[in-house]
Design a protein around this ligand. Structure first.
Ligand SMILES: [Zn+2]
Length: 376
């Protein structure tokens, strides 16, 4: 291919992707709206739209309201434009979900894990993926675009290998290689918190934000997914976001990693004073027993705000979501500890997709990749 042709192809791919991403986040746009929003020429938009319509990736949904001139046909992503499979693996359960091109779930199934032996759990998970693909073939016959996998552990995102999942007792499982061979689909693997951050960015609390930190908080661990300039920050080996082992008290409790006073071990210690279920305590947002928990959380969150100056902090994971009644207290306690100017203080919110953040993030990972690269 000559350089000029290669440049033209690249430009076309970028422009197609631009149109698709505008259609994804809007509720129906005409060709004129698209030209206005993307800055592309009307003729370029028309030609690309014709191409995307022919591929069934977008469809016409109605007529735009009149604004004096000719009324345009509204365009939107076609839900049947393709499907993605999301897989979430935690120490408690495996969840497999099939979603259409607009990330609406079409099929899902969970297995509760009694046994953590990967020789048992992995074939069971593969069975669920096969069932999801069969369901699609029998009902919607959408083009399968890929499998996204979110797993609680350290993941090498470059080669898609789970390095260590301490809670499952798993090591060195090359999910990407295994499943790309078996299912003949692209497979992306990521750590639970990073993947959930993708989910919040694609369709949850962080939609439209470019700089935010998603925190997956459970009673025993804290992980983060960090977005910088609209992209997930992965780090050199893909391990970024291990914020739970940020030391907040060098004289604190001993952590499983060998250090003292890691953020997550201090949280665990603070939670010991919280007797009664979170459900009971949630009904009393000013409950004094929650103060040590809030202080520990605010210290770590303030560190993250001082380092990243994000627009938003999203609290997710079972404990993070349960903290909704305490948001104002967390926000105030954090604000006391930040050094960035007060008007640059991040807003702290709770996950909008809660329990499904990770599996929806796994779906989003595939759909976003397709929308960006148009790789089919
Ligand atoms: Zn630690």
């Amino acid at each position: 291919m000559t350089k000029k042709r290669a440049d033209n192809t690249l430009m076309r791919t970028i422009n197609r992707s631009l149109i698709l991403r505008h259609l994804r986040t809007a509720d129906g746009l005409s060709r004129a709206d698209l030209a206005g929003r993307t800055g592309l020429m009307r003729s370029t938009v028309s030609s690309l739209v014709d191409e995307l319509l022919a591929e069934n990736v977008i469809h016409e949904t109605g007529i735009a309201p009149s604004r004096g001139g000719r009324r345009g046909t509204l365009l939107d992503l076609n839900p049947a434009g393709g499907c993605a499979i999301g897989v979430e693996i935690t120490s408690q359960a495996v969840l497999v979900l099939l979603a259409d091109f607009v990330a609406q779930p079409r099929w899902q199934q969970t297995i509760t894990l009694a046994d953590h032996d990967p020789a048992v759990v992995i074939p069971q998970t593969e069975q669920l993926i096969t069932e999801a693909l069969r369901f699609n073939a029998a009902h919607d016959t959408m083009n399968p675009l890929g499998i996204g996998v979110g797993i609680a552990g350290l993941v090498d995102t470059v080669d898609g290998t789970l390095k260590v999942a301490a809670n499952l007792g798993w090591r060195d499982i090359p999910f990407k290689t295994l499943w790309e061979r078996q299912f003949r689909l692209p497979v992306h693997v990521g750590n639970e918190a990073s993947i959930a951050a993708q989910g919040e960015h694609y369709l949850g609390a962080a939609m439209g934000y470019t700089d935010f930190v998603y925190l997956h908080i459970s009673r025993t661990a804290i992980g983060a997914g960090i977005f910088i300039n609209g992209e997930l920050y992965q780090g050199m080996g893909g391990y970024a976001g291990e914020v739970g082992h940020m030391v907040i008290d060098p004289a604190g409790e001993r952590c499983s990693c060998g250090k003292r006073g890691c953020w997550e071990v201090q949280l665990r210690a603070a939670l010991k004073t919280v007797t009664g279920s979170l459900e009971q305590i949630k009904k009393q947002p000013n409950h004094p027993r929650m103060l040590p928990v809030i202080t520990v959380l605010a210290t770590g969150i303030a560190n993250l705000i001082n380092i990243f100056n994000p627009q938003l902090i999203v609290l997710g994971g079972p404990l993070g979501v349960a903290l909704a009644p305490f948001l104002a207290t967390i926000q105030n306690t954090t604000a006391d500890q930040i050094t960035v100017p007060g008007d640059s203080m991040a807003e702290i919110v709770v996950s909008q997709i809660e329990a499904k953040a990770c599996v929806m993030g796994a779906v989003a990972l595939i759909l976003d990749d397709v929308l960006r690269q148009q790789a089919w």
